[in-house]
Design a binder for this molecule. Structure first.
Ligand code: HEM
Length: 434
């Protein structure tokens, strides 16, 4: 477990174990809990796509999700109407809805760029060291807030804004670099009854206090927002196109189906949690890779300049981004190579037989084409290991090389993931909505 949670580089254990034991093997977590570690494409297609709802999120994962976001989409399962919650949210994430946020995102980017320019000019134009990751986290937080019609002002260093304050380094402070005690604790919570979440949320340790404070503030902000949107809608006024209005509009259609207002409320904190640090860290990796690759950086600048020249004074749209092949390839390769969430966990809800892509040799020399699992079997799915399988990505799978998406040079189609066979956004019913 320490190898998974405190690696030198994310995925180290996943890569070395997969090299040694193959794409499916058995491992033990704390308390001797048996886990099936999987990165085999056919097995993943079965678990995530074909029989998605037969393999639920593990109890400890749900517990953690509930702690931070409440009973949100990130927590929900079949019995908790995951599909229904998802259906409510999907219109707000359609291509057209998201494309409409582009001017909002651009505006936030301009604020960040101006801030960086100011810092450099204050230093007499000399090079300065910026913590790019921290700036990007503030940028995505403000962009996500704006998409929900809420000005967080974290780029402006708005110390008055309580939510922005609660959010600063929330995850690195409370989740990462887990010590042995926290590793065991997170495995242990899988065995606890649901009511104990109140005890954990109210426990006096610093990270629980932090999470609780965030949770309370986020709920308060969400409630104020959604109620104001709904009263605008009720008065027949335009409530705008932001995510919360779209959700509020759905809510107003849905009085008949008794959709709980709490469900809409928790969407706010779930989206902030799921969308902000993931996007910021991915962008930080992208800039890092470009900074090590001057030639590619120059080529990308040329592609952007050429696109700007062609566009002239026309508005910037998502189609413009999509028409830049090198930019697309760099984004995809960064997502493949640096999956921000390297794994997920699932539990088999019934006895099942999981098919495999290639026969797997067992310790006693037999070959298996499938793996039988019992109800309750814990499964650890490694997005990181799958994203680097040489059988899919070729011999240079462990090299960051955007060319593979430019030439489509033999990358095997696996039917997994939401874009270009990459598993970074998960796959199937519970793939990333954002
Ligand atoms: C680079 C950015 C992102 C990455 C790498 C990412 C990755 C993921 C992954 C791996 C999952 C599956 C979690 C699991 O089942 O273990 C997920 C789910 C989810 N993501 Fe993202 N995400 C990103 C951005 C976003 C954004 C911008 C939003 C919202 C605005 C968002 C909202 C969600 C939600 C609501 C879920 C739960 C979906 C469900 O269970 O049906 N994500 N994301």
């Amino acid at each position: 477990m320490p190898a998974l949670f405190r690696p030198e580089e994310v995925g180290d254990a996943d890569f070395s174990w997969t090299r040694k034991y193959g794409t499916v093997f058995r491992m033990m977590r704390s308390f001797g809990r048996d886990n099936l570690f999987v990165s085999d494409p056919k097995a993943l297609r079965y678990i995530l796509n074909t029989r998605g709802y037969r393999f639920s999120r593990s109890q400890s994962m749900r517990f953690g999700a509930q702690l931070v976001t409440g009973k949100s989409l990130v927590w929900a399962e079949v019995g908790d109407q995951h599909a229904r919650q998802r259906k409510i949210m999907e219109p707000a994430f359609s291509h057209a809805s998201v494309a409409a946020f582009l001017p909002v995102f651009q505006e936030k980017c301009h604020i960040a760029i101006d801030k960086w320019r100011d810092i450099i000019s204050q230093n007499g134009g000399n090079p300065v060291v910026l913590n790019v990751h921290s700036w990007l986290a503030r940028l995505t937080l403000d962009a996500m807030g704006a998409a929900m019609d809420y000005e967080l002002g974290s780029l402006e260093g708005n110390s008055e804004n309580q939510l922005a304050k609660e959010y600063e380094n929330l995850f690195s402070d409370s989740q990462y670099n887990r010590g042995d005690g926290r590793i065991i604790f997170f495995d242990l919570i899988g065995y606890l009854p649901e009511w104990t979440i109140h005890l954990i949320r109210n426990s006096p340790d610093a990270s629980s206090k932090r999470l609780k404070k965030y949770f309370t503030t986020a709920n308060h902000v969400a409630r104020t927002l959604i109620l104001s949107k709904m009263s605008l809608l009720a008065a027949g006024k335009d409530a705008g196109k932001d995510i919360m209005s779209l959700l509020g509009r759905f809510r107003s259609y849905c009085f008949g189906c008794r959709l709980a207002i709490n469900l809409v409320l928790i969407v706010f904190s779930a989206l902030l949690v799921a969308g902000h640090e993931t996007t910021a860290s991915t962008m930080a990796w992208l800039l890092y890779e470009l900074s090590r690759n001057q030639d590619l950086q120059d080529k990308l600048r040329r592609e952007i300049a050429e696109s700007q020249r062609r566009r002239g004074s026309e508005e910037l749209t998502t189609q413009v981004f999509e028409s830049m092949p090198l930019l697309q390839a760099i984004l995809k390769e960064t997502l493949r190579y640096h999956p921000i969430q390297p794994r997920t966990t699932r539990t088999a809800t019934q006895d099942d037989i999981i098919p495999l892509s290639v026969p797997h040799k067992t310790a006693d020399g037999k070959f298996l084409n499938e793996v039988a699992v019992k109800k309750g079997q814990q499964i650890l799915i490694s997005f990181a290991a799958y994203n680097r399988l040489t059988s899919i990505w070729g011999d240079d799978a462990h090299v960051w090389n955007p060319d593979r998406f430019l030439n489509d040079n033999g990358t095997t189609k696996t039917g997994l993931g939401v874009i270009s066979n990459i598993l970074t956004f998960n796959s199937g019913e519970r793939s990333c909505i954002g």
